[in-house]
Write a protein that binds this ligand. Structure first.
Ligand SMILES: Cc1ncc(COP(=O)(O)O)c(C=O)c1O
Length: 469
């Protein structure tokens, strides 16, 4: 029997604990990506179907993590599974290592939904997509630095591992944030390549962009910070205008927001045409992928055809050094593209994406009503099929606003939910899929109510009593 103690925020999942101990002997920290870790220990899963995950202790969860948003069709969607198997059987192999037709199909589909992506290259992850986007921007503008916003995440490159989650003590001036590097192992001389900008503050961003315009190749932005804090329209409009005026490329990192805020991503919601866009997650239907696309004249810098490429025997480096290097054994993997194309087809069919967004809004409203009925200051913040639960009534417009939120209560609620069959990584966002049902919403709202009651030692009849948090 799983139990939770609200005093020390722990739970009992014996098989997960056992596997975690075993994993730690061979895998640093017991996890293969640090995002998979949380205290007291991560839960090991063994099965997934539809909106559900099942852990090694045989507990079933409604999954709101969905592999950090990737699984918009839910776990193991039959049509996606069939598309992968069909591709494998029809082609008789897993990967060609040569160009193939699915690459063209996917590039055309992306271009149809994201017209700013005139030409497209595929990668194996969002991180790799960001790498290529930044390299292209530097090659195109011949300027060395990039701007990124405080609180925004763009994967594991040195250039963007800065000021993602800085603490109040070290973050510096809100108008000119101090760059705070988030990893060991970044050479000192690389630590001056990124200017940190304040999100949703156009005036302060403008001042910094003007000050650094001659060295900035690009500004990279999550149009919806962390997938849940939307940029204000006036901020986006201003940023687009400014970057154009100053000769700085605008990179929309839509790895999270692509297909989730709308089929055409946040750029379709804001009506903004970025110079370069990165995609990932949903694009692969749960298989590893990234994509970079943008203006043809920028993307063509990576074209090898006329200028040769680094792999050609006896290649002439006076020519190859003129090409933006981009390669990868698995780029454009046919099984991944088959899964991604089928996922997009599902979303386009019968306006499922609109229903998914309505469903998400319904869950958000129900949760807000529930917490407010207990007089708890809670708000949901998000766009499309992603949102976050934030315990404060202060408006959330930027990373620093999150400092006002009661994260201790949020963590406690999340751990209580894990014992009640609702999976969200503690303190992380909620993503929904087309497999989530109205029954899932009911169960989720009920689990939240039980969590509130357990934490505040209440029962339903005490609902109207004020809860001070
Ligand atoms: C906005 C954004 N960019 C880039 C990445 C990195 O993608 P990946 O984890 O596929 O390398 C992520 C991953 O969460 C992301 O959310």
């Amino acid at each position: 029997m799983v139990t939770v103690s609200s005093d020390d925020y722990t739970f009992q999942k014996p098989q997960s604990l056992k596997l975690f101990e075993e994993a730690k002997a061979f895998i640093p920290g017991g996890v293969t990506a640090n995002i998979k870790h949380f205290a007291p220990y991560p839960i090991f899963m063994k099965k997934g179907y539809g909106s559900k995950l099942v852990d090694v202790d045989d507990t079933e969860y409604i999954d709101y993590s969905l592999s950090y948003g990737a699984l918009i069709a839910g776990h193991g969607h039959e049509a996606v599974l069939k598309a992968i198997i069909k591709q494998m059987i029809d082609s008789g192999t897993f990967v060609f290592g040569t160009p193939h037709e699915l690459e063209i199909q996917m590039a055309k589909k992306i271009n149809e939904l994201y017209p700013s992506m005139e030409q497209i290259r595929f990668t194996n992850s969002g991180t790799e997509a960001v790498l290529l986007a930044i390299r292209l921007a530097i090659a195109y503008t011949k300027k060395p630095k990039i701007g990124k916003f405080e609180g925004h995440y763009h994967g594991g490159l040195n250039q963007v591992l800065v000021s993602i989650n800085p603490s109040q003590e070290v973050a510096g001036d809100a108008k000119e944030p101090t760059p705070v590097y988030e990893s060991e192992g970044i050479p000192e001389d690389q630590k001056h390549q990124t200017i940190v900008l304040p999100f949703n503050d156009l005036e302060a961003t403008e001042a910094l962009l003007r000050k650094h315009k001659d060295e900035l190749a690009a500004v990279i932005i999550e149009p919806v910070q962390g997938g849940f804090i939307p940029a204000e329209q006036s901020f986006m409009d201003g940023l687009r205008k400014l970057t154009e005026e100053l000769g700085i490329l605008l990179i929309f990192d839509e790895v999270k927001t692509g297909f989730r805020t709308a089929l055409g991503g946040a750029q379709s919601v804001y009506g903004i045409k970025p110079d370069i866009t990165t995609l990932g997650k949903v694009l692969g239907g749960g298989m590893p992928i990234g994509a970079v696309g943008g203006k043809k004249e920028i993307m063509m810098l990576s074209a090898a055809d006329k200028k040769g490429d680094v792999f050609a025997v006896g290649s002439d480096s006076s020519k190859t050094s003129k090409v933006v290097f981009h390669s990868g054994t698995y780029n454009g993997h046919p099984l991944v593209l088959a899964a991604g194309l089928e996922t997009i087809r599902l979303l386009e069919d019968g306006n499922l994406i609109d229903r998914l967004i309505d469903h998400t809004m319904d869950l958000r409203r129900r949760l807000e009503d529930l917490y407010h009925s207990y007089h708890i200051d809670m708000q949901t913040v998000g766009m499309g099929s992603i949102f976050n639960i934030v315990f404060t009534k202060q408006p959330i417009k930027s990373y620093r606003d999150m400092w006002q939120a009661d994260t201790k209560l949020r963590e406690q609620i999340d751990l209580e939910l894990l014992t009640r069959g609702v999976y969200v990584k503690p303190l992380n966002r909620y993503s929904l899929s087309i497999a989530h049902t109205a029954e899932d919403t009911e169960k989720t709202v009920r689990a939240h109510e039980e969590a509130i009651q357990a934490i505040f030692h209440l029962n339903t009849s005490m609902k109207k009593a004020a809860v001070t948090v």
